[in-house]
Design a protein around this ligand. Structure first.
Ligand SMILES: *[C@@H]1O[C@H](CO)[C@@H](O)[C@H](O)[C@H]1NC(C)=O
Ligand SMILES: *[C@@H]1O[C@H](CO)[C@@H](O)[C@H](O)[C@H]1NC(C)=O
Ligand SMILES: *[C@@H]1O[C@H](CO)[C@@H](O)[C@H](O)[C@H]1NC(C)=O
Ligand SMILES: *[C@@H]1O[C@H](CO)[C@@H](O)[C@H](O)[C@H]1NC(C)=O
Ligand SMILES: *[C@@H]1O[C@H](CO)[C@@H](O)[C@H](O)[C@H]1NC(C)=O
Ligand SMILES: *[C@@H]1O[C@H](CO)[C@@H](O)[C@H](O)[C@H]1NC(C)=O
Ligand SMILES: *[C@@H]1O[C@H](CO)[C@@H](O)[C@H](O)[C@H]1NC(C)=O
Length: 558
């Protein structure tokens, strides 16, 4: 009796799964946008139309003052780039925006590059980019004060804004360029400085030699979650103490040279319970030198997820699988709370010309061209899907980036597993300057609009803003989501600082007013710039950029 019923059910189920989308239903698509002139190796949105890019000071085609540029402002409206004058080498730096809207680029490369003699060492540099309101970047420049420096030299560090609006700066290495971190800056410091010496970190010692670009997250209680190698801690900034959490399962390491990615899942009221998701990376013998590895070394498809509460930590990491193995990829928040997985490769390592069998010059091979979506609220085993996702057609290997834009689509650039720019043909993975966007289906639909918003928003307040809704979405039973987002700083497979906080929200009966409640304090959303998106039934508006908090500068020592 059971058998016919089951097969009928599975027959019905297979029909349901096989049902093709209506031919004119909008889908996800990649769109080629133009040429960035420098490698989009670091990317951060600085205003509604501009993405600030940094590269290595090398032989890039974009010129400024008769030498190759290594900084620029990518214009999302015009799809072109304005070169910026940068003094120090920003290669493999971190960055974030302070509570007063100033972007700080942190650390970088200690050396120059032949053919670009103007370059100064960048490993102790702090480059400031003051708030830029011009949609085309007119008058917006990078400011480098030779007296404003990091306490320690840092190449491949991570920096994220914390509850008082300043930056916590974590790890990196001093000078030596190698496969591993063999010259560690195993310490923390702040910008602006909170003290005159850096704070030693046992975690950064213990996680050597695989702890560059530590994956760090400002938790909603003000402490900081950190992942390096296969290890995790919670760092209490105020007490200067580290609490050791369970290792990632199965020996997976997730920092260069085995760049996995990690993200804090969206925080929701009333509890804002944090969960961390860590995906990809690889298992390898860290006692071997790079020449003993191959570009075909398998990446991992493992994701590990933990709830950062005493019960969640006691339960440990929950393991699930991506549709394919990846290194060098990015995990990004979408305004509806889904996570986008994009870029990267399914075998090999970061860097170039250092494994035994490079492909072209790349230490990695087998570009992963098809993005996937992760739905955090779905059941374990059913969270990932790449159904209907297009192929990008462009490998995005080492030194590539991705960031959500205020328009609601995803900017994708870079890839350069080469020594400087290399546009020679006839080998795999040359320097990539083409910019694409990955456009969600809603980009070609009628969308909700936030018509205006106050420039500054206080914490813990109800706010009403005028909106417009397409008729199809103006329904009492529609699913309304309002997200307050930090779009993060993208480099080396990690969107440092990225954050999505959902806000309780309602839409008035006439569909013309949206009211929402801002996060309770600067621990849930560190004070500083934010982008607000309204999503109705998975159709997201363009984002509006606001200042969360006073907009005052972070505290300084004196
Ligand atoms: C970018 O394109 C716009 C519109 O065509 C043009 O006005 C502007 O001069 C261009 N900027 C650069 C830096 O090419
Ligand atoms: C993490 O890595 C260390 C060093 O390789 C190893 O001793 C430990 O067993 C790993 N942890 C897990 C859970 O695999
Ligand atoms: C790794 O490869 C190099 C040759 O490239 C060799 O000299 C070395 O002994 C090998 N073994 C280890 C453990 O690194
Ligand atoms: C490098 O690859 C070659 C060819 O596959 C192999 O013979 C050699 O043993 C490899 N060397 C190392 C150090 O793994
Ligand atoms: C670019 O890389 C190819 C492949 O390794 C190499 O043959 C060529 O010499 C490189 N060109 C430059 C300018 O470095
Ligand atoms: C990179 O290229 C530069 C300039 O051609 C050269 O001087 C340098 O030795 C190269 N470095 C490596 C690691 O190949
Ligand atoms: C923001 O604060 C930083 C750190 O104190 C300072 O360097 C910068 O000039 C400030 N920016 C503005 C616009 O006040």
């Amino acid at each position: 009796m059971m058998r016919p019923l089951l097969s009928l059910l599975s027959l019905l189920a297979s029909f349901a799964y096989a049902a093709p989308a209506a031919p004119d239903a909008p889908g996800w698509q990649f769109t080629l946008k133009g040429n960035s002139g420098i490698v989009a190796l670091e990317a951060i949105v600085v205003n509604p139309t501009l993405v600030l890019l940094f590269d290595r000071a090398q032989n890039d085609p974009l010129q400024i003052d008769d030498h190759p540029a290594w900084g620029g402002l990518w214009n999302l409206e015009h799809n072109n780039i304005t070169a910026l004058e940068v003094v120090t080498n920003s290669w493999c730096a971190s960055g974030a925006i302070l509570s007063n809207g100033t972007m700080a680029s942190i650390g970088g490369d200690p050396t120059g590059f032949p053919g670009n003699p103007v370059i100064k060492p960048g490993n102790q540099a702090i480059r400031l980019f003051e708030p830029c309101t011009s949609p085309v970047g007119e008058g917006c420049t990078v400011i480098e004060d030779p007296n404003l420096v990091l306490i320690e030299k840092r190449w491949y560090p991570s920096a994220t804004r914390i509850f008082d609006g300043s930056l916590l700066i974590v790890g990196g290495m001093h000078e030596q360029a190698a496969f591993y971190n063999t010259d560690p800056a195993a310490s923390f410091e702040f910008f602006p400085r909170k003290e005159q010496t850096s704070r030693p970190s046992a975690f950064l010692e213990r996680s050597l030699p695989v702890n560059l670009f530590p994956r760090i997250f400002a938790l909603p209680d003000g402490t900081v979650f950190m992942v390096a190698n296969n290890q995790t801690i919670i760092y209490d900034i105020e007490a200067d103490t580290e609490t050791i959490l369970p290792d990632l399962p199965n020996g997976i390491a997730v920092n260069p040279p085995s760049d996995g990615s990690a993200i804090m899942l969206p925080l929701s009221p009333p509890d804002f319970t944090p969960e961390i998701l860590v995906c990809g990376g690889s298992v390898f013998d860290q006692t071997l030198t790079s020449h003993n590895f191959t570009a075909q070394h398998p990446a991992s498809s493992q994701c590990s997820r933990i709830t950062v509460t005493p019960e969640g930590i006691a339960k440990g990491w929950e393991v699930e699988q991506m549709p394919e193995a990846r290194v060098l990829h990015e995990l990004l928040h979408l305004p509806n709370g889904q996570i986008l997985l994009v870029n990267g490769a399914s075998t090999g390592f970061s860097g170039w010309n250092s494994v035994n069998d490079t492909v072209g010059n790349s230490n990695a091979d087998n570009a992963a061209l098809v993005p996937a979506l992760y739905t955090p609220s779905a059941a374990l085993g059913q969270r990932f899907s790449n159904a209907g996702m297009p192929s990008s057609g462009i490998p995005r290997m080492y030194h590539s980036t991705a960031t959500l834009t205020p328009q609601g689509n995803v900017f994708i650039g870079g890839s350069n597993p080469n020594n400087g720019s290399n546009f020679t043909t006839g080998f795999e993975f040359p320097t990539e300057l083409r910019i694409q966007t990955l456009d969600p289906p809603f980009m070609s639909m009628e969308r909700p609009k936030i018509l205006s918003a106050p420039e500054k928003l206080s914490f813990g307040k109800r706010v009403s803003v005028p909106i417009s809704l397409p008729n199809s979405l103006n329904r009492q039973d529609a699913n309304v989501q309002v997200s307050l987002m930090d779009l993060g700083f993208s480099t080396h497979g990690f969107q440092v600082g990225a954050r999505l906080v959902f806000m309780d929200a309602t839409i008035s009966n006439n569909g013309k007013t949206l009211s929402f409640v801002t996060p309770p304090n600067g621990r849930v959303y560190p004070p500083g710039p934010a982008t607000i998106f309204l999503t109705v039934d998975d159709v997201s508006s363009e984002g509006v950029m606001v200042m969360m908090g006073s907009g005052n500068p972070p505290p300084t020592l004196e």
